[in-house]
Design a protein around this ligand. Structure first.
Ligand SMILES: [Zn+2]
Length: 359
């Protein structure tokens, strides 16, 4: 029998004494759909009920508009926008072998997803702090300045980061825990010293980038932590303690953006990483605490992957529970299976590579 709401009692659990408003946006892009593709509106549609009755009273939904071209062009080349508009007009069709598709409504859907992200980041800049979640599709972190790829048309999180820098924020940090490397985000900021990027991902998956030494000119600012298959909660928490924490302490960002990809859940059909819903709750709590300590209490989760719709719903809601200082969330899949080979990550080597040992 499915236990709809389970109380999670991990000893790491903390209740925040102060309850924050948690701002959210929702874009399920029903017009962006292609037969048999893993990224489809059904990923998010079970969550639509939240619009009518948010599960936690701290949640406030924000309205948004399509991202203005001016903001998109801080990250993407005009030629990509032209290609997306033209290919959308002649859609539905595949525009990249990754496979990435467009339909007649895809260009507008991509601008809506980017706009839903911008509405939150801009709100946090105005307010001086803020916590929230852009629950959106199509995802963004694979979209490169001049190429739509990896199911991604526009790079939502990169557009928000570039917009924050243009608005006067001194530094933005991006942490990416999607199972795939965010090649697009790394490419967008490879030469931009105000933006740091740290990606934890499964090695040898699409797009094949994100190796340990793949950003030699940006050590200490762009950090890639590729993991062997079947990495679990313990591996992730060790990386958060020993790499993510000292990096955020040292980098000095004024806003933390999170590429929240839930294809690291053990049920996901595209990956082997074995996180479970409780692990996402813990990771979210850690990131919120780190943002509070080192990023002026500004944290925005931006949805990336996650291709088991039921697991995605639970995982997003666990993240929202952490944002709201709540301790109950749905956990229909239970604990990740164990019994996989012990995964080891050379933490000392990564710390030395990025000058984090002394932080
Ligand atoms: Zn992914």
């Amino acid at each position: 029998m499915i236990n709809r709401f389970m109380r999670y009692t991990n000893p790491c659990e903390k209740m925040k004494p102060d309850q924050h408003t948690v701002y959210c946006t929702f874009c399920d892009a029903p017009e962006h759909v292609y037969p048999g593709h893993p990224d489809h509106p059904g990923r998010l549609q079970p969550m639509r009920a939240w619009l009518e009755a948010p599960p936690y009273p701290e949640i406030t939904w924000l309205d948004y508009k399509p991202a203005p071209e001016e903001a998109i062009l801080r990250v993407h080349h005009p030629a990509l926008l032209d290609r997306l508009q033209q290919s959308s007009r002649s859609g539905p069709r595949e525009i990249d072998p990754s496979p990435t598709y467009v339909t007649k409504g895809s260009y507008q859907a991509a601008r809506q997803a980017a706009g839903a992200t911008l509405a939150l980041s801009r709100r946090f800049l105005t307010d001086g702090q803020g916590r929230g979640f852009a629950i959106i599709r199509p995802p963004g972190h694979h979209a490169e300045p001049n190429r739509a790829t990896g199911f991604c048309l526009l790079n939502n999180i990169a557009i928000a980061a570039a917009d924050a820098i243009a608005s006067g924020i001194r530094k933005v940090a991006i942490v990416d825990f999607d199972a795939h490397h965010g090649n697009g985000t790394q490419a967008a900021f490879y030469n931009i010293p105000q933006v740091g990027y740290l990606s934890i991902h499964e090695e040898n998956l699409y797009p094949g980038t994100g190796r340990l030494n793949s950003a030699p000119d940006a050590h200490g600012r762009i950090i890639n932590v590729p993991l062997p298959p079947f990495a679990n909660r313990a591996v992730f928490l060790g990386i958060f303690q020993n790499i993510v924490t000292p990096w955020l302490r040292k980098f000095g960002a004024e806003m933390l953006l999170v590429s929240a990809g839930f294809d690291t859940h053990f049920s996901d059909p595209l990956t082997t990483t074995t996180l479970d819903t409780c692990a996402f709750y813990e990771i979210s709590q850690l990131l919120i605490e780190l943002a509070e300590a080192y990023c002026q209490d500004r944290i925005l989760f931006v949805l990336e992957g996650g291709y088991d719709p039921l697991a995605l719903q639970d995982n997003v809601q666990a993240c929202l529970a952490a944002l709201c200082g709540r301790s109950t969330f749905p956990n229909r899949f239970g604990n990740a299976p164990d019994g996989y080979a012990q995964i080891t990550v050379n933490i000392n080597h990564i710390q030395a590579l990025h000058h984090l040992s002394e932080v």
